[in-house]
Design a protein around this ligand. Sequence first.
Ligand code: SAH
Length: 405
Amino acid sequence: MSTLQHVCSAPLARAVRSRARALSISSAVSTSSPAKQASSVDSRVLLGLSEQELQKLATDFGQQSYRGKQLHHLLYKTKAKDIQDFSHLPQAFRDGLQEAGWRVGRSPVHRVVASADGTVKILLMLEDGRLIETVGIPVEHQKGSFRLTACVSSQVGCPLRCAFCATGKGGYSRNLQPHEIVEQVLAIEEIFKHRVTNVVFMGMGEPMLNLKSVLDAHRCLNKDIEIGQRMMTISTVGVPNTIRKLASHKLQSTLAISLHAPNQELREKIVPSAKAYPLDALMADCQDYFHETGRRVSYEYTLLAGVNDGVEHAAELAAMLHGFCRGSHVNLIPFNPIEGSEFRRPYKKAVLAFAAALESRKVTVSVRQTRGLDASAACGQLRNEFQKKPLQLSTPARELGPLLT
Ligand code: SAH
């Protein structure tokens, strides 16, 4: 029996039901006016605001500041989705907020796909008709503890086009706003009927290209939704000048670097954006990050059969890491096949040999269990299934309409 079925069979049933009655796209698109596209973002969204900001908002509307506290509770504890559901607040205040154009900022769920191992992938339809993926990954430990990890997207698509990644192949549209990141966590909590314990910024997009929103969302997830900073991981392929910026915030979250190769030449083939950020410079920034924050950086390494998965690559990787820092941790991810890709998943034997070669050189290593293979699990795959046309900056929602069905 899958973990999800075991832990929360009702949510799974609901997930499957909502799959069957997924929203009609044409109606969803027809209600989103072109005026509300990404470029003309409406900032009157409650989700993502701090308690102080909500108190200020309440007093701006002639209410006492404790109404702001109530708003905070309704958004982050009750998790109400609509201003008219704020039944603790005076009707006049609710109407006033709505008339002024305020909204909660929760998007409709477009599709939910549950895999046999309990992983649930959710597609949210944003106000401008664009789709983003978010994934809920439940892990039940033998001792009875239960962890629910949210893998969140930071952009609609991704401009970086790493060779093996489905998101990059689908194109890039825009950055997500803070509330569009936060709501992914709330959508997962709603489906699982359980609080999210961990957040990884490993969904669609490159978090460091949208650092301001990622930091705002991180603040909200930590302070308002009360997910510990140490329970969150920000994953990046590396964007020049951003790791130092992140370090200056001295977060207690983990920085994960998507490395995928032990040298610059091979890395450029797998990660085209690496040309603009040589491995030496990236590793030096990681070293500084550790000194500044005291938090060890972890390294993600997607294993591609016959490309970067030889024991000689492991030996080179260990030497490279030891050259920069003591005690690095490497997370190995066997390639998750995507449509039309020339890459292959390595055999288990090769994965274990790679891990052993790192361990014997005193590099700690974990092998990420592939979750939800049957639910289009690789980053961006599900979105690509439903939003076939590659995203472009200028694609308006009304043009996407017929492509989404
Ligand atoms: N842009 C960020 C976050 C998104 S990708 C980054 O690169 O870190 C998050 C992780 O998923 C990366 O480590 C990436 O290598 C991995 N990933 C993406 N597609 C994959 C696939 N098809 N198989 C295995 N890992 C994949």
